[in-house]
Design a protein around this ligand. Structure first.
Ligand code: IPD
Length: 282
């Protein structure tokens, strides 16, 4: 029921702010130890691990029957499946490469799903002090003020975020890169106003939510990159789709989000799509 959602949100927000202090402190220091995970472009720092620990410990204490899917727990080999149980989906630092390079576009992402549906989302950039949040049915906010998507309907009037494909080469092979570059070319030919790639899926998404950019499309993601931002985008009026135009699926490792359905459908039609195995399957 909705009083529960308020409580879940408040506890998560307080912990996210504490995590933000860790990120901020580390960001201001000259260097942190960087480890690589699946490849040389897949980074993790001690701060990612510390923030995830803090969030899971705090939320686990407050809500002992809730479940967790966390980026760093998954990287450490923990199996995860999305069930109907209340599940916190956490990315302690989305934009780890930005964090390592001291580019101030990073976000702590804390999302909650109930019956597999994202219902609470917090995307917090502790460097710029931008806190995006939403509870299902109550609107989307940035630092307490309501936000809304843009009303742009045509690609040739849009600024869009895409990934340059670097992460996705891993596991899919070199064909992926050709496809990413070809898709890039097709949007240019279609007359897109501008491309951006902020290096954090969550920041790309909340920038759609606040209407700064008109759409975002990416392949090869994980649920923790997007779960929190999904609620914020939906509450800000965004259309979320699978890039193919099918219904959005949190575990499908891809996303297309736009301010209007018309723009989402145009972008879907322009792109050549790539399929991934769903994550979090038994
Ligand atoms: C990454 C960022 C990036 C996206 C990658 C993600 P991380 O998340 O969201 O924008 O292109 O696919 O893995 O590793 O920094 O949490």
């Amino acid at each position: 029921s909705s009083p529960d959602l308020d409580k879940f949100f408040q506890v998560a927000l307080e912990l996210t702010r504490k995590g933000g202090q860790l990120v901020r402190t580390a960001f201001d220091q000259p260097a942190s130890i960087v480890l690589t995970k699946s490849s040389d472009t897949d980074l993790v720092t001690e701060t990612d691990q510390a923030v995830e620990k803090l969030l899971i410990a705090g939320l686990g204490k407050a809500f002992p029957d809730h479940k967790f899917i966390g980026e760093e727990s998954a990287a450490a080999g923990q199996k995860y499946t999305l069930t109907d149980a209340p599940t916190w989906i956490i990315d302690p630092i989305d934009g780890t490469t930005n964090f390592v390079h001291r580019i101030p576009l990073v976000a702590i992402c804390v999302g909650l799903t109930i019956n597999k549906e994202p219902v609470v989302g917090i995307v917090y950039n502790p460097i710029t002090n931008e806190c995006f949040s939403a509870i299902k049915g109550r609107g989307a906010f940035k630092n307490g003020f309501p936000i809304h998507v843009s009303s742009t309907e045509a690609l040739n009037k849009s600024v869009i975020c895409t990934s340059l494909g670097i992460h996705n080469v891993v596991g899919v092979g070199p064909a992926w890169l050709d496809r990413a570059l070809e898709n890039h070319k097709k949007t240019v030919i279609a007359g897109v106003r501008g491309h951006r790639a902020f290096g954090s899926a969550a920041i790309n998404m909340v920038y759609v939510a606040q209407g700064s950019i008109d759409a975002y499309i990416e392949y090869g993601l994980h649920s923790w990159d997007i779960a929190a931002a999904v609620v914020i985008c939906r509450e800000a009026g965004a259309t979320l789709l699978d890039p193919t135009g099918a219904a959005f699926d949190l575990m499908s490792r891809k996303v297309l989000v736009a301010g209007t359905e018309k723009l989402a459908r145009e972008i879907s039609g322009v792109f050549t799509h790539t399929d991934f195995e769903r994550e979090g399957e038994e």
